[in-house]
Design a protein around this ligand. Structure first.
Ligand code: NAP
Length: 475
């Protein structure tokens, strides 16, 4: 179903898309699929709604957003099951996504009350200078399938808190979660047109969102290639952007590191969401002296991970999202083997009698080389290569030798070294001995071709506010 101007409806054409469970291959549902016309209508309704929504107080917006956070939590178990069924992640991870997704809504509800301006010292006594902050206007939001709840709330909540209105296009493989989120917005009593949901072909919806002058901002999470296209397509209407794009995270283990902690950190940063997370470790760099010990321990623990249908409470790794994702994983592994990489564990598909999903064994590749595809490209799957290094300078250069700059990790027991790595790694997020450097109150975002702007933290709401300078001449 589409949600436009406060109403649930079908598309004009009556077209639908099928939603499949990636673990079983079974059809879950069919949802309406729309194109440019419905998207244009949603934008126009969002623009109409903006004229009154921008006049609400932060307190009013906060109250409505808090209701949404409560509703997401009340319906948490049902939404978690929807996430697992439509994109495959383990139910335990889906429950964590409910917590983080609803926490973003609550956080930005609070931030709605804290949109301050500034007074600026004037050059003469007869002038009063101010900077005021106002909502940007209609926001076009485009989200991926890998975090179908939290990627949506991390965009919509700050936009609404700032006083903007929104048209969201979720990934076509995971619209059921987006529909559940919109049910919460509907139930919370948001005015008509303030939040709108369009589902359908990316090219058509994207073309309208990027070219329509009423859309003043595009907020996007997805691949760098699509992000670049959206920037190009928006040039004629000069929109603002938030871009959360691809990553290629290095995971560095210095010789003085606690090896067991580093192994556990590597497992959780690599295999969370089956490697389908933008901040997943994609390259491990281990000091030569400890490489053998680290590799052996990592392979043992990786091969103990339980793979299966995400609805089973014991599953730690689910299926990949689709055949295309599986093919990419296989091509990276084949290429690594062709370059004399050694498979320490995994390295093949996994079949289950009653499941038709795209399962792949969690895989560790030893003796990785810079010439391998996996050294340069985001795998977005359960495969990790181990490279070795001799000096700190060498590993910093290797870690930074990419156009990506989202997240990096470093394990060391030397505080001074940790601080040097923090300064030298060209990444928007750095975890020192910390495999989970993301919290609601932290600014999340990448450098270089990994993105523009920040989501979360006190910075998140700023992305949806314009700054206006006012100069008053006092008579
Ligand atoms: P994707 O192919 O770029 O798709 C992301 C979203 O953009 C989907 O809704 C997709 O719809 C849509 N899209 C594609 N082409 C479009 C167009 N021309 N106009 C409008 N929308 C368009 O990425 P993905 O495979 O879903 O997600 C994986 C990527 O996202 C990885 O690179 C990952 O690193 C990145 N990611 C980044 C972050 C971050 O915070 N930095 C977080 C999560 C994921 P269709 O599916 O219909 O094409």
């Amino acid at each position: 179903m589409l949600y436009i101007n406060g109403e649930w409806r079908d598309s004009f054409s009556g077209d639908t898309i099928e939603i499949l469970n990636p673990a079983t291959g079974v059809k879950l549902s069919e949802v309406a699929s729309c194109g440019r016309e419905e998207t244009r209508e949603a934008i126009e309704k969002a623009h109409e709604a903006f004229q009154t929504w921008k006049q609400t107080t932060g307190l009013e917006r906060a109250q409505l957003l808090k209701k949404v956070a409560d509703l997401l939590r009340e319906n948490g178990e049902e939404i978690a099951k929807t996430i697992t069924k439509e994109m495959g992640k383990p139910i335990t991870e889906a429950r964590r996504e409910i917590i983080s997704g609803s926490n973003y809504v609550e956080w930005f509800a609070e931030e709605a009350k804290r949109i301050y301006g500034e007074t600026i010292p004037a050059p003469s006594f007869d002038k009063h200078l101010m900077l005021i902050q106002q909502p940007i206007g209609v926001v076009g939001a485009i989200t991926p399938w890998n975090y179908p709840l939290s990627m949506v709330t991390r965009k919509i909540a700050p936009a609404l808190a700032a006083g903007c209105t929104v048209v969201l296009k979720p990934a076509p493989s995971t619209p059921l979660t987006a529909i559940k989120v919109f049910e919460c917005f509907h139930q919370a009593g948001f005015p008509k047109g303030v939040v709108n949901l369009v589902i359908g072909p990316a090219e058509e919806i994207g073309a309208e969102l990027t070219s329509n002058p009423l859309v003043r901002k595009i907020t996007f999470t997805g691949s760098t290639a699509v992000g670049k296209k959206l920037i190009r397509d928006s040039a004629d209407t000069v929109k603002k952007f938030s871009m959360e794009l691809g990553g290629h995270a290095p995971f560095i283990v210095i010789a003085d590191a606690n090896v067991d902690a580093a192994v556990d950190g590597a497992i959780s940063t690599k295999f969370v969401n089956n490697g389908q997370t933008c901040i997943c470790t994609n390259r491990i760099y281990v000091a030569e002296e400890i490489a053998e010990e680290f590799g052996k321990k990592l392979a043992v623990k990786t091969s103990q991970l339980t793979v299966g249908n995400g609805l089973n409470e014991s599953t730690q790794v689910g299926p990949l999202i689709n055949e295309q994702a599986l093919n990419k994983v296989e091509s990276h592994v084949k290429d690594a083997i062709d370059h004399n990489g050694e498979i320490l564990c995994g390295g093949e598909r996994l079949e289950f009698p009653n499941l038709k999903g795209c399962f792949y064994k969690p895989t560790v590749i030893n003796h990785a080389k810079e010439t391998m595809k996996i050294a340069k490209e985001e795998t977005f799957g359960p495969v990790v290569p181990i490279f070795t290094f001799k000096t700190e300078e060498e590993v910093i250069n290797k870690a930074n030798d990419t156009h990506y700059g989202l997240a990096a990790y470093c394990y060391t027991t030397d505080l001074g070294r940790g601080l040097r790595m923090m300064r030298e790694l060209d990444y928007g997020i750095v975890g020192i001995n910390d495999p989970a450097p993301i919290v609601t109150q932290s600014p999340f975002g990448g450098l270089k071709e990994s993105g523009i702007g920040k989501e979360g933290g006190k910075q998140g709401i700023q992305e949806y506010l314009e700054k206006k300078f006012v100069s008053i001449l006092i008579e």
